[in-house]
Write a protein of this length. Structure first.
Length: 330
């Protein structure tokens, strides 16, 4: 149900006469010193990284094949359904020439997409409660059927074992400091040259960062087309509203706090069919008719003055990177 809502549009708010301070766009994604413990309230329907393992140390002289992996989101449950809408999940595969072992590495939500995109409104709590973390998962094996049947499994480069080990150290850093999943890209218009206000931080961005790291280490990538899914909101210049304390704290803005809670209320999970359609009308009224959206990014709230076409899912080409070191590979 949540994915269906995601494909349609999104709720009401109230911010008048506010102007955003001049700043550089896009707002940079914030990195953190450590990953906080998860609250027991946050539960995933499907276990995160159930067969995960530590990244092995490869022999420096090993030659490792690197594969681009892509399949429709929730392919294990819905097959190619979301693939027809170009809603794809990305991963990267490795094969050691010395051992013959295969490995898969991907990055996704700890508590599924809905919890990363919308908060819970819990009784007795003024502020929306977010179950939002994303993390890397590394495990032995490549499920050929999963990636080939409705998606992509293709060799993109080869690297040395030494390069793989350097990449593994980078993955550890990236995983420990980039901890929050950001669903939305927000930009001014569908024009490719339009201003990007906020950039997403999700599975495909992790794969692109991994490819770039390998290129910087010397990997030479094949010349093949690579496309990725983005969910884009279209907005005028965003208005900064504040953080949880400044809005919902004892000295916060009660009117704004109520508006934010009202905005997120239609996105609550576990709805009946009737509740779903009633809430969908509220979402359309808020986003399309009143041009309003509240965004939570870097633990801060922003107001987005929404613009036509409001929301779009794109499957856009992002070329494989070119590195800056001496080359190794195909």
């Amino acid at each position: 149900v949540l994915l269906l809502v995601l494909l349609l549009l999104l709720p009401p708010l109230l911010v008048a006469g506010l102007r955003s301070p001049r700043r550089h766009w896009p707002v940079p994604y914030r990195r953190f010193d450590y990953r906080p413990k998860t609250d027991p309230y946050c539960q995933a329907r499907y276990t995160f990284c159930p067969t995960g393992s530590a990244i092995p140390v490869m022999k420096e002289e090993d030659v490792i094949e690197v594969y681009r992996l892509q399949a429709p989101v929730w392919e294990f449950k819905y097959g190619d359904l979301l693939g027809h809408l170009k809603i794809m999940h990305d991963a990267v595969g490795f094969k050691s020439s010395l051992t013959g072992k295969n490995y898969t590495m991907e990055w996704y939500e700890l508590f599924q997409l809905g919890n990363c995109t919308f908060p819970h409104l819990r009784p007795g709590m003024d502020a929306p409660f977010w179950c939002n973390q994303g993390a890397a998962c590394f495990y032995e094996g490549i499920d050929d059927a999963h990636w080939k049947e409705n998606g992509t499994l293709v060799l993109v480069t080869t690297i040395s074992g030494a390069m793989f080990n350097e990449m593994a150290q980078w993955v550890k850093y990236d995983n420990e400091t980039g901890i929050y999943y950001e669903t939305w890209t927000v930009q001014a218009s569908p024009d490719k040259k339009s201003v990007v206000w906020f950039d997403s931080y999700e599975c495909s961005k992790f794969i692109q960062r991994t490819y770039q790291k390998l290129a910087d280490l010397g990997a030479v990538f094949k010349k093949i087309q690579t496309n990725y899914t983005s969910i884009i909101l279209f907005s005028g210049e965003p208005v900064y509203l504040g953080n949880e304390t400044s809005i919902f704290g004892p000295l916060g803005n009660k009117t704004l706090a109520a508006a934010i809670r009202d905005f997120y209320n239609p996105f609550k999970p576990h709805l009946t069919v009737r509740e779903f359609f009633v809430n969908l009308l509220k979402i359309i009224d808020g986003v399309i008719l009143n041009h309003q959206f509240y965004l939570f990014y870097n633990l801060e709230y922003w107001f987005l003055p929404m613009k036509f076409p409001y929301l779009k899912i794109i499957y856009e080409e992002v070329p494989l990177p070119v590195g800056s070191k001496a080359s190794f590979g195909v």
